[in-house]
Write a protein that binds this ligand. Sequence first.
Ligand code: NAP
Length: 490
Amino acid sequence: MTDNPEIVIVGAGLSGICAAVNLLKRGIRDFVILEKADGVGGTWRYNTYPGSACDVMSTMYSYSFAPKHDWELMYADQPEIRSYIEGVFDSYGLGRVTRFGTEVMSYTYDDTTDRWQVLLSGGQVLTPRVVIAGIGALHNPNIPKFKGEETFRGDIVHSAQWNPDLDLTGKRVAVVGVGSSAVQIVPAIAGQAEHVHVVQRTPQWVLPKPNRRVSRVEKFLFRVLPFSQKVYRNIAYWTHELAIIAFMHPPLLKAFRLVSLRLLDKQVPDPELRAKLTPDYTIGCKRILLSSDYYPALMRDDVTLLDSGIAEFTETGFRARNGEVVEADVVILATGFATDNRLAEERITGRGGLTIQEAWRDGMRAHLGTTIAGFPNFFLMMGPNSGGGSQSILFVIEAQAHYIAECVRVMRARGARSFEIRAEVEREFNRRLHARLAKSVWNSGGCDSWFLDRTGHNRQAWPGSSVNYWRLTRRPNEKWFHLRSPETVR
Ligand code: NAP
């Protein structure tokens, strides 16, 4: 492993690994991967809460260049996904170029050398030409502060910071939130805990999750006829792709609404509970939940839905806004992630001393979710408005890793020291993007969600088909960038 690499990849999750593989495919080897944890997996390493699994089909939630023929489940659970990621990491020999337990404390662009100064937790400073930040879009937990919580004698744990030693057996547990994480946790702990209280502030739309074990015949076919697995992958891909038409034209979402209401009718016979679980906003406005066992879990005698937020904690539990008092030993915060400015805590200083906080003071913005004006040679993965809509994030990650590797290739072919998106290109790109998003269900569906920042702008979703995103990320258009070669520098 080189001591002073030309390229630094931050994060050994799905993004960082994909970036590394794309560099290797172009014969680019002078990079290191920095990972603050002591192993690979990123989000699939941290989110170990009970029931943690993926609501995207396994054949789609995997790299196109590393198909796995023996998935156990159609929708894999967290241990299987984590071991898949570890397998890909090993198969490309990335352990040789990865420094675990190494956190980046700050990134500072040096205008005189056109290199980044990357300060590591151990005090060492690397000076790569290029930084690729694969640091995750949903990484920083949203941990609300509740009145009186310091008096609570039980445990409070966020779903993304799960403590494996926390035994819920026979405990009174409250799960705060009813998003994608909560609908996996509740069925997993119902029956183990003495009682589960589900704290719902806003009901969510749920569609069935057609999960099942992958049969031996299917696994055999996937192994001997890889094309058959590609058929599954393509069916899943195009089903998701067609859905984007409805997300961009909300009246078309009525069909999804009917399916969701039918699931609710079928699984929740109690009309009072059904009313509490029925959202009043357009389906798709918040990310649609996929679960076939969440509603049945709510029907159990040892599970209670509390249709109210929390007013304040007490020593033994909390009081809800509707006055109900809940006694609890453990409170699980399934309250999502801080998404307003996901680099808010990072110390990134670009050209001319511009900090990322200053650059994003009016909200997160980038070009194709990867490059940011004022931050030359810095590439983001899963940056603003590049995913989170209806397509598997793996598709977006692969498109971006390809694009970034192409940018690096262009830099090298041109002998460029510095490669920066032009501010006017970024501005125009964002103007058009936000104009398109205005009609989307995320913006107009009448809900609040992690897609919208505090100014009401959607900083997450890509407003259109992933085919279009893929097309735009095939090759960087050199006209979009300032390329500075040694001759043009000062
Ligand atoms: P989320 O979708 O943001 O849901 C957070 C929940 O917590 C909401 O129900 C929210 O209520 C509630 N909440 C937040 N603050 C609260 C407070 N102070 N008091 C009471 N309730 C509060 O979070 P998530 O479930 O962790 O999912 C986030 C994203 O992670 C997902 O959308 C998805 O992209 C990803 N994820 C994916 C999978 C997968 O299977 N692929 C699994 C888990 C997560 P309100 O709605 O009222 O704000």
